[in-house]
Design a protein around this ligand. Sequence first.
Ligand code: GDP
Length: 454
Amino acid sequence: MFEALSHRLSQTFSRLRKRGVIQASDLEEALQEILIALLEADVALEVTKRFVEDVRHKALGQAIIRSITPDQMIVKIVNDHLVSLLDGEIPLPPLSAVQTPLKVMLVGLQGSGKTTSTAKIAYLLTKKSEKRAVVASTDVYRPAAIEQLRVLTQSVNRAFFVPATASEAPLAIAERALSIFTEQRADVLVLDTAGRLHTDETLMQELKTLVKSVQPEELLLVADMMMGQDALNIARAFSARLPLTGIVLTRADSESRGGVALSMRLETGCPIRALGTGEHLDDIEIFNAHRIVDRLLGKGDIVSLVEKASEVLEKEETEASMARLNQGVFTLTDLAHQLKQVSKMGGIASILKMLPGAGALDGLVKKQDMDDQAIARQLAIISSMTPKERRYYKLINGSRRRRIAAGSGSSVQDVNKLLKNYEKMLEMQKKLRKLQKRPGFGDKLQNLLGKERV
Ligand code: GDP
């Protein structure tokens, strides 16, 4: 029986809560619990140790926020760090959205689910479009492997299977598949390769030759989620010799806790591109880091715990940015935070209620500036600014505006507009603050609002 990490940690911290301060020694106990929980979830020992070190770093530097308990705080740190490791710095577009023509080649151990995944990927990449796939197998060693793929491919509507026999050389099959792919001007080539029970040099040499000839844009390592602690060795063996671009994890429908995902991701540095969730063609899913992390940490209860912690943290962040607003130090980072809230709460009306005296802004902020797309554009603009620019917007001169526009994929006019609105917001707040200090504040506020609402 697995014990959820949240439960383990709340036990560890129950004594601590009475004391209220996190000591380094208490943190050690918590880290030990995290280590055990991740090992139980099949994360490789080396990866787990590295991870625990990262968490130690983050947790020690982090102040425990008043309204959440230390165990919730640590679980949140662990959760967020896992998600960011699994997603990587720049999440790629899903495999199904990658530009064609696209050559995909699958490698992995025998029995990992390579052949099934080859057909699934051909299905995934052609099912919702007019795209056509060419599918082939170079597995001349496993009896019936080529036939197995032929049969599976029959169910993929828009796929052509390249006939081959076990007496051919793998390279000859790959070259034939490649020329059919080119001649037919197909959109996707999906190539299955041979696997062994263990990695060996002969296999690696063969795969290298195939990669050189086919030049796949996606070279995917297929691995079984149930392989447990072996994941690291397999990832190491393949990534040391082949220019992998991604990972496909099969048997995600099993009881496995998913630790293999983390080991594989960290060892190869490659993103997980898809999950196999069963034996049928359509049992394939685009990878979602949050779902794997929920599984790693102990399912449902962790989700609600993390959500609760996030809510509290966000509330505190909102309160802090409101306080800054009242003191006249409302930066563009605060604005970005508010915009995120708007998009979460689904509308300008709710955010206006949160801002002190923000009724005044009602006339200034056009509703169409606050739909999802517009908010995303404004957030992109703010995130293309340097931290200094976000703090001192007056630094943002013409050339900086051009840089920010280019960096956020928007126009200089968009940047100008955002800064203008921000400036108006600051002015408005300044007027309000002055008024608040005087007697008869209510009447004057009414006047001011009347004037501004043209
Ligand atoms: P290969 O030797 O790597 O080509 O592996 P196969 O594609 O032949 O798969 C081996 C077995 O695993 C077959 O019985 C597949 O039906 C099964 N399999 C493959 N992927 C999945 C998956 O995602 N979930 C489950 N439950 N079974 C799978």
